[in-house]
Design a protein around this ligand. Sequence first.
Ligand code: GDP
Length: 290
Amino acid sequence: MVLDNLGSSLRGSLDTLSGKSRVGEDDIEEIVKEIQRSLLQADVDVSLVMELSDSIKTRALEEEPPGGTTARDHVLSIVYEELVSLVGESTEIPLENQTILLAGLQGSGKTTTSAKMAWWFSKKGLRPAVIQTDTFRPGAYDQAKEMCARAEVDFYGNPDNDDPVDIARKGLEETADADIHIVDTAGRHALEDDLIAEIEEIESAVDPDRSLLVLDAAIGQGAKDQAKQFDESIGINGVVITKLDGTAKGGGALTAVNETDSSIAFLGSGETVQDVERFEPNSFISRLLG
Ligand code: GDP
């Protein structure tokens, strides 16, 4: 079990259990309160926090610690297991030929993420290509092209074509030699009908193996509507949380994970193509609690 950074007050509460052979209700209340405080501060949805709290309380009071386990270690392992179940395991991303569609609102970090993911796949020895279908946001084409050049990965886009579906189809043909096709799509400022209609058309044209929803770490409970809409229209298989280098801890994105019954795939932590990592529950939990 690895929990490097539990937060000093939670660690303190757990330490009050040291030397005790049984856990009292007051002890658990205190520990759960610390966890709630951190998770709510990290933008985790109240109902998710409550569910987690109930599970921890019930288990800590009802389950017998295995022989030789101290009360502290027993509670710690329950807390850990419940937190892992809250944040989920990483979305499975097989290292094989596939098409990935990125969805999200404008500014969430889709274009940046497409180049970052392409860079990540190239470091795994695969040949990725980014297909830029965002004809809506001025500058999206140049930005994607430039980032792909920096990542040294194939790129397709056409600033003279204003039909995203046509670009997507041609892009797949033109980059047929690539193993991984990452299709970046346009966002809007809000969930407008034309955005949903457009992404549905792109989705049927490219027939992706997985569709990932890109969310800014600062997203609060707005994540719910976005996740629901995109899931209903194209089906969401995973979430990417961007801008984790800022102050936001990304707990709001867990609402999207819950809503779409998916998991987190990648984390973005900067503006350059290398600032990407696969989601890993332990370090994300530490970040939420820290
Ligand atoms: P899109 O409209 O969804 O394609 O969003 P962009 O990829 O253009 O990103 C919007 C802004 O956020 C740009 O200025 C990016 O440089 C910035 N950005 C994207 N991802 C990250 C990140 O992980 N960290 C930081 N600090 N900035 C990011």
